[in-house]
Ligand binder design. Structure first.
Ligand code: GLA
Length: 375
C-alpha cells in the first residue's frame, strides 16, 4: 500500500472510531542500518538510512489530560492520564507513556489511532519510530516546537529510563534526522551527521528472517555492560579510542567485544569510501567483514540470520550482514539495482528452502525523517 493510501485509510478509520477528523497525522520512519552495529553506545560510527516503511499516528486534542490511543493492529487500546503514568504497564503503550514521562512540560491529552507498515521487532527500529511519532503528536498538539535532535535525545531517554532498554541513539537519530534520498553517516562521539548518497547502481535489500526476540530480554544490555568494562580496563572513555595493540590484555569475552567495535568502525569508514569511489564489490566485502565480526566477536547472530546472509550472497548480492541489534530480525544486503527484484526473490526462496521459515524482503529507499503529513 502506498503511504498516501495508508494515510487516507487511517483518517477514515479515525473518523469511524472517534467521530470527525484528526487534527494532525504524523509519520515517523523505520530505519535500516547499512553498517555500524553496536557502535553507537561505544562512541563509534554508523551509516544508516530511514526507510519508507513507517509508523503513522492520527490524533486530535482532548480537553482532559488523558491519552487514549488505539492501533489498527493491536486489539487493546492504550489509555493513561498524563498525571498518572505507570511504569509497570508494558506493551506498546509503554513507549507512549515513556515519551510523556520525558517530555513532561506542555503536554495535552489526545485521542489517537496508530498504524504501521513496519514489521515489529524485525531490527528496523519500530520502537524508535513509535516514540518519535508520539513525540511529534505531543509537539504539534501542545505547540512545543520541533527540534529533531532534542526530540531524538528525549525519545532515547524514554527507551533507557522507562522501557529499560539501554540502547544508544542510532535508531532515534535515524528516524528523526534522516533526509530523503540519502544515507547518513553518524559519528556518535561528536553527534555529527553527514549525508552520504547511495551509488547509482545499488539497491538496498531488507531480508526479514521472520525470527524475533524481545530486545529487553535479550543479551543487549549485557553486551553494553561488557563494552563498558572493557573500556574501563583499558583506561579509555569509550571503545572508540581503544588501541588495537592493547586488546590482548583483556579477558574474554571483553576482548572479542572490543575487537568488534574497532572492526566495525573500520568497516563503516570502508563502506563510505567504497560508496564514494563507486566500488560496490569493496562495499560488499566490508559487509561480509561486519557480519563475521557480529557473528563471532559480538555473538549477536543466529542461525537464521547466517542462512539469510549466505542466501543473499549466493543470490548475487555484493554483500550482506545482519542489521540492528541482532538475535533475530533482518539482514541488509547490497544488490545490483538492475536485478534487485530477481536477486531478492532468489534469496528469500533459498532461505525458505533451507530453514522452513517464511522469510520476506523488500527493496528499501532512503526516506525522510519524522514529519507531519496532515495538515
Ligand atoms: C538497537 C539499539 C541501537 C543500536 C543497535 C545496534 O537497534 O536500539 O541503539 O545499538 O541495536 O547497532
Amino acid at each position: 500500500m502506498s503511504p498516501a493510501t495508508i494515510v487516507d485509510r487511517l483518517v477514515a478509520d479515525f473518523a469511524a472510531r472517534f467521530g470527525g477528523a484528526p487534527e494532525v497525522v504524523v509519520r515517523s520512519p523505520g530505519r535500516v542500518n547499512l553498517i555500524g552495529d553496536h557502535t553507537d553506545y561505544n562512541d563509534g560510527l554508523a551509516l544508516a538510512m530511514a526507510i519508507e516503511r513507517a509508523v503513522w499516528v492520527a490524533a486530535r486534542r482532548r480537553d482532559d489530560r488523558v491519552v487514549h490511543a488505539e492501533s489498527t493492529s493491536e486489539p487493546n487500546p492504550v489509555r493513561f492520564g498524563l498525571d498518572d503514568l505507570d511504569r509497570s504497564r508494558r506493551g506498546w503503550g509503554a513507549y507512549l507513556e515513556g515519551v510523556s514521562h520525558v517530555l513532561r512540560d506542555g503536554l495535552v491529552g489526545w485521542d489517537g489511532l496508530v498504524t504501521a507498515d513496519l514489521p515489529i521487532g524485525a531490527g528496523l527500529s519500530s520502537s524508535a519510530a513509535l516514540e518519535l511519532a508520539t513525540a511529534r503528536v505531543f509537539a504539534e498538539l501542545g505547540g512545543l516546537g520541533w527540534d529533531p535532535r532534542a526530540m531524538a535525545e528525549a525519545c532515547r531517554r524514554a527507551e533507557n529510563e522507562w522501557v529499560g532498554m539501554q540502547s544508544g541513539i542510532l535508531d532515534q537519530f535515524s528516524s528523526a534526522l534522516a533526509e530523503a534520498g540519502t544515507a547518513m553517516l553518524i559519528d556518535f562521539a561528536d553527534r555529527s551527521v553527514r549525508h552520504v548518497p547511495l551509488p547509482e547502481g545499488v539497491a538496498v535489500l531488507v531480508l526479514d528472517t521472520s525470527t524475533r526476540r524481545g530486545l529487553v530480554d535479550s543479551a543487549y544490555n549485557a553486551r553494553r555492560a561488557e563494552c563498558r568494562s572493557a573500556a574501563e580496563a583499558l583506561g579509555v572513555e569509550s571503545l572508540r579510542e581503544a588501541d588495537p595493540d592493547q586488546l590482548g590484555s583483556l579477558p574474554m569475552p571483553e576482548r572479542a567485544r572490543a575487537r568488534h567495535v574497532l572492526t566495525e568502525n573500520e568497516a563503516v569508514r570502508g563502506v563510505v569510501a567504497a560508496f564514494e569511489a563507486d566500488d560496490l564489490a569493496a562495499a560488499g566485502r566490508w559487509f561480509a567483514t561486519s557480519h563475521r565480526s557480529l557473528r563471532h566477536d559480538y555473538e549477536v547472530s543466529t542461525e537464521a540470520l547466517d542462512v539469510m546472509v549466505a542466501a543473499a550472497e549466493a543470490a548475487g548480492c555484493f554483500g550482506a550482514r545482519l542489521t540492528g541489534a541482532g538475535f533475530g530480525g533482518s539482514v541488509v544486503a547490497l544488490a545490483p539495482a538492475n536485478r534487485a527484484g530477481a536477486v531478492l526473490e532468489r534469496a528469500v526462496a533459498a532461505f525458505g528452502e533451507a530453514t522452513d521459515l517464511p522469510g520476506t524482503g523488500f527493496v528499501a529507499e532512503p526516506a525522510g525523517g519524522t514529519s507531519v503529513v496532515v495538515p
